[in-house]
Design a protein around this ligand. Sequence first.
Ligand code: TTP
Ligand code: MG
Length: 591
Amino acid sequence: MENSTDRPMFRLFAYLEKYRFSLWFSSISAVVNKAFDLMPPILTAWIIDSVSHNPPVWIADWFGYTEIRSVIIFLGVLTAIIFLTESFFEWLFQRGFLRLAQNVQHDLRVEAYDKMQKREISFFENERTGNLMSILNNDINQLERFLNSSFYQILHLITLFIFASVSLFLVSPKLAWIGIIPLPFIFIGSMYYQKLISPHYQNIRQKVGALSSRLENNISGIMVVKSFTAEKFEAERVEEASSDYRDANFNAIRFNALYVPLIRILITVGFVSVLVLGSFMIINDTGEITIGALAFFSMMIQRLLWPVTGLGRIFDEYERAKASARRVFKIMDGESEIKDGDEKIDSIKGNLKLENIAFKYEHGESVLKRINLDIKQGQTIGIVGSTGAGKTTLIKLLLRLYDVSEGSISIDGMDIRKMKLENLRRNISLVSQDVYMFHGTIRENICYGTELKSEEEIMAAAQKAELHDFVISLEKGYDSIVGERGIKLSGGQRQRLSIARAILKNAPILILDEATSAVDMETERAIQENLMELAIGKTALVIAHRLSTIRNADEIIVLHQGIVKEQGTHQELIQEKGIYADLWKVQFLRE
Ligand code: TTP
Ligand code: MG
């Protein structure tokens, strides 16, 4: 398969297809603008020649002006018209490219984000968050900058080269040759420079990614940093990442700063040669050029050569844009390893079957080795196991956050890999072990991911989760802000909020992963009664360390070393005198 990030800039322009018209229109306007911008030197030359009683013949031929004053007024008016036209096209192309760049950065960002969020969980575990954020922010902004300025600068340069060289050669080939002697050197210099600088920019991008990762991690973990009084340690780590970034920039600056002065020397050679030689031509009265032509040359050679110093910067921008485009399109091309199924399912009954499933994380030991389970619709299953036994992993497999390494999971007889992911996940309510809240109000967080619900439904869910009383005790009630990641709520309040979320979702399969571990016994009992009622007719998987939580489950399974070690009701397992019975004894005695 052709690697689509091989030619990232090509991809970028293919992406502009939608804005083809705007791109062409702006490009043509930019070219016209530059062409008009280059005319004043010619007009100045004509005026100088007219003043020295040598007006251009075409004015007499075409317009019949022979009197010098009329010729000069004519040229003056022409100059004014040219300036006006130039300004008009300037407005057109500036506006065009700005709009184009804004539209494209918007499209790219939205599309890249959407592609990214569809990736499998392990992708996010392997990539650093700061890095991903930097692609969506910095890289896309870089492309925006390229489109709204560097790109027309390239067009301007091309127009300039063509227009300037043609006009210079038409006026005096001899002088033109001398004037452009430095050009190939400047060009080669620029290409060489580009080769040198390119890896440095890659390096800068990488370092800035590492730096923002570091910052983002530290700010998220500020509580841990403070409680371990690790401020000094973290400040040092930030300083290290920041100085890596600075050094990477220094490396690039080394070349960058040398480039312009070197190129400038070359230009001076061309400019001075033209001036001296042209003046000699006039003094010697060879008739090869007029005074106006010399003025034209001295202006045009500068206009041609000075922008060449900017070539390096434009190559820079181009290289940066290329590196950014490569990263952006790499994200866009990323396919989730969790492949979506084709089967549309409206609702499920909730018969769960796990056959010989085995699973290991990408870099790790096998967590689950051979699990067989047959769970009937409406059953409540308790899952017990020591920490790290793979309970949460089992749930992740059920939601297809990961795919099983071996075996299969089916719901109502259909392999979950065949179902549309959206259908599968909509049919499962999960209260996960680590609750995540979004910055927003309590109401928004309860409703998260569900269609608009009425006030009564929201309150009913909160009541069942034993959250309502707390919420109404707050000044702003359901409109209270939970803070980033729910930082303004206690652990137990967060858990109850996420239970309310699951209750509201009301899916046929309910999964509680340590859902009440952070609430007190009393509240837990109250929640449980409500959940029992809620779980009627639903398949429920309840993971708990506190065994009293699952005591009444239809069946309890004990996960141990990757297999189901014990299975049965509470009574049966007690009689078995195995792991479960031991655990029970310990907890019972303690309580
Ligand atoms: P879990 O399934 O998270 O263990 P658990 O839910 O049974 O434990 P707890 O009661 O504490 O919630 O993890 C099972 C094993 O998998 C554990 O040894 C860690 C390992 N693991 C990885 O290797 N990579 C991962 O990304 C995760 C999440 C876990
Ligand atoms: Mg767990």
